[in-house]
Ligand binder design. Structure first.
Ligand code: HEM
Length: 586
């Protein structure tokens, strides 16, 4: 078995291997030189050993710069601008990012770097490894779509996320990814996702919780509520599993403590939800810290405890499905295709419990957290903009009435609702960044079309959707404001038609989100049902758990950060730190 195919938990062995392979050449060259020239003096020996590693770094860096420049010249391209940090290997930049991510405004550290260097694509080159960040739509389009073949998720991503996502669709490439994707695709066909019944059962529960809360004038964490709703409807839709998290204990206002993302609860479901969130926070930190993350986890894998909680939760369901399959086989029965869930489909392909479990977890993670983020940020923005809330409610009441279940067709004829959701997805894209590794030297045309950039083989390319969606040159001086009406402006529509890559909440190309329509349907449906009943959302920041209020120093920063009333944060997906505590008014 090649070393890079060791299980994800063997990250320390791989890290050691990487260090050994990085130092073997300077070690060998120094050893041979000393032997060859027969020096005996301890001074020469000491100097040679001390100098060999920095010297080696200088030589290899000069070589790589020369090689990249030569290649770029050959293809009429230029190198991606590179950060010149104060410390060797840009260690100061790495420390700045590691410090900023847990305490800063979501991904602002990347935007600040791009602003400082006055460019849209920048090589952070942390520890002499090419790590590119970009808010350039054409560069992103090349990486995600037209030149995708030159990029992969690779073993790096399986090492980062393997204990959580195994070899599921998010972390595989080539034929294995195609097979994973083909298995998921049929579950998003029109007929299946038009079945509002699946969503409605859970939407009714949300409504009844909100009604209770409104009638008792109590404060409720709606982010937590939305995460339960998307888990229950996602599990029902994909697995046929009744997770019933909406009936479990919820965090209590003014008493809740800070969870991994939002607020925490202390029951069985709370333990699972904490693990599901916390594992993403740990992995999110690994991604941002870069290749040195194993140093942070030398004493042990910080995902293992969470992975065990998640496994204990989902394993019995998969084992039951495998037993059912065996039983049916024995009796010579087969299921009709209408009844089949994603779980059945996975089980049909393999008897490997872990493969099925990871397959499900990939889709559950995608479906629960991103749609919950869309719902939470939309509600947050509506609470800040009563004029938008009024207009949206008018549309809801005019088209759907004050009660009753809107059909998919009706939901698609609500232009203002569509505009509100698009604007929320623009300002707070639930998946605010993503990454792929370059497997060959690639040349991509950048935003103003005047230049071609060279992305060196082996580099990690990070697209920052959040920064792209807030670019002044695309969205105007009010790019950070919540203005759903911009989506109804014909000039905006023309601009988007001409440059669709400027707006990519679901990314683009072959890896584009397959759950896009289901997510929009789920969010639209729940919002309409809520707005039929409620006319005002009132933020109650005092109910936030300790440590979740936006820090004072944000007031001195620019843009949304200065006036934000909640703490937008990010792991895999965006979330509001500590939860979104509100009173809802009938
Ligand atoms: C507002 C809600 C959603 C947003 C904004 C969203 C966004 C995205 C984005 C940006 C990606 C690409 C991630 C990457 O490759 O780095 C993605 C992938 C994916 N999404 Fe979604 N998503 C949403 C909802 C859903 C739902 C509801 C499901 C399933 C029920 C789903 C299933 C998936 C899957 C399976 C992938 C992996 C695709 C692949 O790698 O080929 N998503 N999503």
């Amino acid at each position: 078995m090649p070393l890079f195919e060791l299980p994800a938990t063997a990250y320390r062995t791989r890290f050691l291997f990487r260090i050994v392979s990085a130092i073997q050449w300077p070690f060998a060259v120094t050893f041979l030189s000393l032997r060859l020239f027969g020096h005996q003096s301890w001074l020469v020996h000491t100097l040679a050993w001390v100098a060999c590693f920095p010297l080696w770094i200088v030589v290899t860096q000069q070589y790589s710069r020369w090689r990249n420049e030569r290649l770029a010249r050959q293809y009429g391209a230029k190198a991606v601008p590179c950060i010149q940090g104060r410390w060797p290997g840009n260690v100061d930049v790495m420390l700045r990012l590691a410090k900023d991510f847990p305490t800063g405004y979501a991904l602002q550290a990347f935007t600040d770097l791009l602003d400082e260097y006055n460019c849209d694509t920048l090589n952070m080159r942390i520890l002499w490894k090419d790590m590119i960040i970009s808010r350039d739509d054409l560069v992103m389009k090349a990486v995600q779509s037209t030149q995708l073949l030159a990029f992969e998720r690779g073993f790096e991503s399986r090492e980062l996320m393997g204990t959580f996502l195994g070899r599921g669709v998010f972390v595989t490439d080539g034929e294995e990814w195609r097979q994973n994707r083909a298995l998921i695709r049929p579950f998003f066909n029109k007929e299946r996702i038009s079945d509002i019944n699946i969503i409605d059962e859970h939407a009714e529960q949300v409504l009844s919780i909100l009604l209770d809360s409104s009638r008792s004038n109590s404060v409720i964490d709606v982010q937590d509520l939305f995460a339960r709703f998307t888990l229950d409807s996602g599990a029902d839709f994909l697995v046929g599993l009744k997770t019933k998290s909406l009936t479990a204990r919820r965090p209590v206002a003014f008493k809740a403590r800070l969870g991994a993302k939002g607020a925490a609860t202390d029951d069985d479901f709370g333990t699972f939800a904490y693990a599901f969130d916390h594992i993403q926070v740990v992995i999110g930190l690994r991604v941002r810290v870069g290749m040195m993350w194993p140093l942070n986890e030398l004493s042990g894998d910080r995902t293992l405890l969470d992975a065990k909680v998640i496994t204990d939760w989902i394993k019995p369901v998969v084992e039951e499905a495998l037993r059912e399959k065996a039983k049916k086989k024995e009796l010579g029965l087969s299921e009709t295709s209408e009844e089949r869930t994603l779980l059945d489909s996975f089980v049909e392909r393999t008897d490997d419990e872990a493969a099925v479990r990871y397959g499900l977890l990939n889709v559950l993670m995608a479906s629960r957290d991103s749609t919950a983020a869309l719902l939470s940020f939309t509600t947050y923005l509506l609470s800040l903009h009563p004029e938008v809330m009024r207009r949206l409610r008018q549309e809801v009441v005019d088209i759907c009435g004050q009660s009753g279940r809107p059909s998919r067709e009706v939901l698609q004829k609500m232009p203002y609702l569509e505009a509100v959701l698009s604007e929320a997805l623009r300002l707070f894209p639930p998946a605010p960044m993503g990454a792929l590794w370059a497997i060959e030297d690639t040349f991509v045309r950048c935003g103003d079309r005047s230049e071609v950039l060279h992305i060196p083989k082996g580099s990690r390319f990070n697209w920052i959707t959040l920064a792209l969606h807030r670019r002044k040159d695309f969205w105007g001086d009010d790019c950070e404001d919540f203005k759903p009406q911009r989506w109804l402006d014909p000039k905006m529509a023309a601009r988007l038609a001409e440059r669709p890559s400027m707006y990519i909440p679901f990314i683009q190309g072959p890896r584009m989100c397959p759950g896009r329509d289901f997510a929009k349907l789920e969010a639209s449906y729940l919002l309409v049902r809520i707005l039929q009943k409620f006319s005002r959302f009132e933020l109650v920041p005092e109910a936030l758990p300790q440590g979740a209020a936006p820090p004072e120093h944000w007031k001195h920063r620019k843009g949304r950060q200065a006036s934000e009333k909640c703490w937008p944060s990010t792991a895999f997906t965006m979330f509001i730190k500590g939860g979104l505590w509100m009173r809802v008014h009938e």
